[in-house]
Design a protein around this ligand. Sequence first.
Ligand SMILES: [Zn+2]
Length: 372
Amino acid sequence: MRFGISHVLDAIERRISTDPTAAGGVTDLGEVVRRADLDGGRPAHLLRLGLVIDALSKHMADPRVAIYAVADRALLSDTDLTANERMVIRRWSDDGKVEVVRNGGPTAALRAREIAALTGLPLISRNSTGFPGLSYAPAPTPNGVVLIPQMIGPGPAAPAAVLGRQWRCPEPGCASFGPPGQRNSDPFGPPPDEDAEPAGPPPPQLLNGRPHCPRHGAPLTDIGPRPRAVTLAARVDGMVWHRFQVTEAEPVPVGRAPEEHNGVGLGLALDDRGLRWVSRSHLRFELRGHTLQVIDTSTNGSTVLLRTGPADAPRRAPLNRGEVAPLTEWDTVELYEGVELGRADRASGPVTGAPSTGSVMAEAPTQSIRLA
Ligand SMILES: [Zn+2]
């Protein structure tokens, strides 16, 4: 049983990140581990984070999406958790995988709201009252934990200026704002995911409008510009097939098999007719400040699907070769029937009849939470 649980914790560890571009939501870890009604088990249990990751995966139809977890320092000494669970959280914190906020500063719950507001990531919480952006509440159902949308939007109204700079914490070995290479996995963790992109930095904490380190409370030093980034997902029949980043510094071509080094080739996701229809380089994505735009570069054109919310029936607008269209929060662009691209952190919910997105809890012994 111990063996099973450590495997589950390894699986969870691969899906936690303080890199907003890898995450699909931000949450207060202390709130999640105490949601005993999710499984009916003991008052606090670290494996509840796995239930919420699985719910996020299912909601986003994305088997690789990570969660950004913030914890109060008190959680590291919370005796409702086992000594092993507290040790694991401490290790995740030291590795920069979970953000543990200092005593005396804003709480983890407030910090999670701040991260969601700065980045546009959904807030995953049952205490989202007053939060104006997209939020989901984890809820138990007979089919497992699901995310219930609380608020739909809007996303950030303007690009957060702090996300366009690189920041350093004066504290040596800071796991959030240390020099590159600081945020490495440790020898006791699971092997790093080969597909994982280099971790991007967390957003600074703003105190009186000035960037601070959420772990140490120290003012951060501005060490230069950093191109803002947005994570897009290519969805095939609603399921995330590939995630990629578009930065202000570099447009990204997408098509059957673009020649550019950073091109996203979707040939393997296309049937024979699709391979004939889709151009080698079909679309180009660019990030201009806060605006994501798509440029058609294809022979056959594409279609922008305009939506004001996740439940809307889309309004279809053709995009012909050479035309440019902005893509707002819930919009997608259809490259070919069933192949859509849009923001990775905006999904309309579980896809009915879709293949399973897998589970980080797969290796958990049956009822491990209840038995533990
Ligand atoms: Zn720091």
